[in-house]
Design a protein around this ligand. Structure first.
Ligand code: NAD
Ligand code: TDX
Length: 333
């Protein structure tokens, strides 16, 4: 793998992956294809741009551009997406375009030019689990998405599977749990609460905060994707998780404590419609077959590192804060 095309490489997880590749796999060159939507930021990869990393600003829905770039790649790692559930409830249309039509363009081009494809997906395609069980989603769990976002990701995964079977697409899929770490957009739960506190706003908890998410530090995700890309079996799906289940209330209280705030200094706001209760994934196939193990397993320590990153990068997020919070305010959140 010497020539990678990384879609969405200027977003949160994509930019962390590009950084991981540059730091750990010399000899690999990366072309990032990113539309630079509100969620994409050239700054995320600015220090990497040069001989090994190029940025093409463009849309995965642009067939001609996708064909041109895929024809020159050895593999495509597909991160580009509209990624926020709340936005998909307010305006689903861009999710259908980017997540479904955009993925279709990429896999059609990869099949045409015989280029290896890796689909980045989410645990949310499986729907949710009850709060009080030890059950986890496995590769046998049926797809049962709840929101327009997760339905669009599920649709994209299904297209990839069909292209593997019908057109011989050389593809793998990974479904990952909730990521956290540097460069995550401040619309998402953890950075929203950190930056709320840093700029004197009250943290906002949906409903009673009992909902559970399964947290993974973003660098562990990058290592897993590299393993699957280079050693995964074609046509297979791998689930990525570090078994770090925490309720939203627990995470919020950890953030408050790490920032020396009273533990009750948050506001309960309107719950998300259709709010998934609990996610949990069984990643044993990735662990036993490909030898991946999460390395960043101390959640409190990595949360603290993440808080420090937002403290040290005010200029990265403060320009967007008011706009993001105005949107939430309009939705009662
Ligand atoms: P993000 O919103 O931070 O980044 C998405 C990137 O895609 C941005 O840079 C944006 O500009 C780009 N993009 C959007 N539409 C595009 C288009 N039409 N053409 C080209 N580029 C476009 O998202 P993220 O949180 O980094 O998620 C990346 C991927 O990982 C997504 O596919 C998401 O479904 C998946 N995922 C995310 C999580 C998570 O916890 N955030 C967990 C599992 C899977
Ligand atoms: O202000 C908030 N208060 C709150 O209580 C926000 C923004 C969220 N929440 C809750 C909703 C969820 O239960 O926190 C939890 C996490 O919310 P998000 O950060 O919006 O993530 P989630 O909806 O779980 O989806 C994430 O993980 C799976 C990513 O955004 C998806 O792209 C990924 O597929």
């Amino acid at each position: 793998m010497r020539e990678l095309l990384v879609t969405g490489g200027a977003g949160f997880i994509g930019s962390n992956f590009v950084r991981y590749v540059v730091n750990n796999h010399p000899g690999v060159r990366v072309t990032v294809l990113d539309k630079l939507t509100y969620a994409g930021n050239k700054e995320n990869i600015a220090d990497l741009l040069g001989e090994r990393v190029k940025l093409v600003v463009g849309d995965i829905c642009d067939k001609d551009l996708v064909d041109r770039l895929v024809a020159n790649a050895e593999a495509v790692v597909h991160y580009a997406a509209e990624s926020h559930n709340d936005n998909s409830l307010a305006d689903p249309e861009p999710f259908i375009q980017t997540n479904i039509v955009g993925t279709f363009n990429l896999i059609a081009a990869c099949a045409k030019f015989k280029v290896r494809f890796h689909q980045i997906s989410t645990d949310e395609v499986y729907g949710d689990l009850p709060l009080v069980t030890s059950e986890r989603f496995t590769l046998n769990s049926p797809y049962n998405p709840s929101s327009p976002y997760s339905a669009s990701k599920a649709s994209a995964d299904m297209l990839v599977r069909a292209w593997v079977r019908s057109f011989g697409l050389q593809a793998t899929i990974s479904n990952c749990s909730n990521n956290y770490g540097p460069y995550q957009h401040i619309e998402k739960f953890i950075p929203r609460q950190i930056t709320n506190i840093l700029c004197g706003r009250t943290p906002k908890l949906y409903g009673d905060g009992a909902n559970i998410r399964d947290w993974l530090y973003v660098e562990d995700h990058s290592r897993a994707v590299w393993k699957i890309l280079t050693a995964g079996r074609i046509g297979e799906t791998y689930l990525i998780s570090a078994n770090c289940e925490l309720s939203n209330l627990t995470v919020l209280k950890m953030i408050l404590k790490l920032l020396d705030q009273p533990l009750d200094s948050f506001e309960q706001v309107k719950d998300r419609p259709g709010h998934d209760l609990r996610y949990a994934l069984d990643s044993s196939k990735l662990q036993t077959e490909l030898g991946w193990k999460p390395q960043f397993t101390d959640f409190k320590r990595n949360l603290s590192k993440t808080i420090a990153w937002y403290q040290e990068h005010y200029q990265w997020w403060e320009g967007q804060k008011e706009m993001v919070e105005d949107e939430y305010f309009k939705r009662g959140q």
